[in-house]
Design a protein around this ligand. Structure first.
Ligand SMILES: [Zn+2]
Length: 288
């Protein structure tokens, strides 16, 4: 045995996810688009006072109907949409904690996702430091924090969940080249030892408010959805679903030789061992 690599639910090697910010009313049209193509997304919301102030935001009822009831995720974007990379820790903590309390109460749910407002992890100044932010996000039970795209990232899974870099913004000039390359990757089990067949992720981010009422802009977004959708070797998931599944995979308990594995989680977990696909059910021990 040389390599063991995670596979997503159903044994597929690739996943696609979307992350959209600010909760504007255009998110309803975007949700219609995701639904039409069986895609899943995460919507990052601010505190209610700011959202009402911005009056272009979805109401609570609209958010329930178009986001939650359709199986999408709501995540935090900060109480007042302030950049953590410019705040003192006490201000940043308030920004995340109060947003979390408010949205969890409003939507009767548990929210652990976060998307940095205004600047990602690349824009730390004004005395703020990334290690402080990462530390308090962890202590606030935040599971992951999405940053801003730094360009093509080779479809890799995050190695730091608090600096989760999307693959592309929807207006990236090479987005259709990247989609073509991603869709063409073949991670099906090959029956022999391979290197470098780790799971691949395509992560699109943006704001649906950027499209306004411009049908040409919406057609651009629809083309993205269309080209990524309907593939049997891709798992379509929200940000937190990808996080939760990966953490479940990392919770598998292996024997020293790697010939036995126990699954203590509630997920069926899939993996590729030297080109052969396996899955281990909740509570099951598998011997190879
Ligand atoms: Zn924003």
């Amino acid at each position: 045995m040389r390599y063991i690599f995670m596979r997503f639910p159903g044994g597929v090697g690739k996943a696609v996810t979307f992350s959209y910010d600010d909760g504007s009313k255009k998110d309803m049209r975007f949700s219609d688009l995701l639904t039409k193509y069986d895609l899943k997304g995460t919507f990052n919301l601010n505190g209610e006072e700011l959202r009402r102030d911005w009056d272009y935001c979805m109401s609570t009822e609209q958010t329930k109907e178009y986001i939650l009831d359709r199986g999408h995720e709501i995540a935090l974007h900060g109480l007042d949409h302030r950049a953590l990379g410019t705040l003192r820790p006490v201000e940043g903590i308030k920004e995340v904690y109060e947003c979390r309390c408010e949205l969890e109460e409003r939507y009767n749910t548990i929210i652990r996702g976060f998307a940095y407002a205004d600047s990602g992890v690349l824009g730390f100044e004004n005395g703020a430091c990334y290690e402080d932010v990462k530390s308090y996000l962890k202590h606030l039970d935040i599971a992951y924090a999405r940053s801003l795209e730094i360009g093509y990232n080779d479809f890799s899974m995050p190695n730091d969940w608090y600096a989760w870099q999307p693959t592309v913004h929807h207006y990236h000039d090479k987005i259709f080249d990247y989609i073509k390359e991603f869709v063409g990757i073949d991670l099906s089990p090959k029956g022999h030892v391979q290197s470098g067949v780790t799971p691949r992720l395509f992560f699109v981010w943006g704001h649906s408010s950027e499209f306004g009422d411009d049908d040409g802009a919406w057609a651009h977004m629809e083309k993205i959805c269309q080209e990524l959708s309907g593939k049997e070797d891709i798992w379509y998931a929200t940000n937190i679903e990808i996080y939760n599944y990966t953490k479940a995979y990392e919770s598998l308990v292996w024997s020293a030789k790697g010939t036995r594995v126990y699954n203590p989680t509630l997920y069926e977990i899939w993996f590729d061992i030297d080109g052969k696909l396996y899955s281990v059910k909740p509570g099951e021990t598998l011997t190879f």
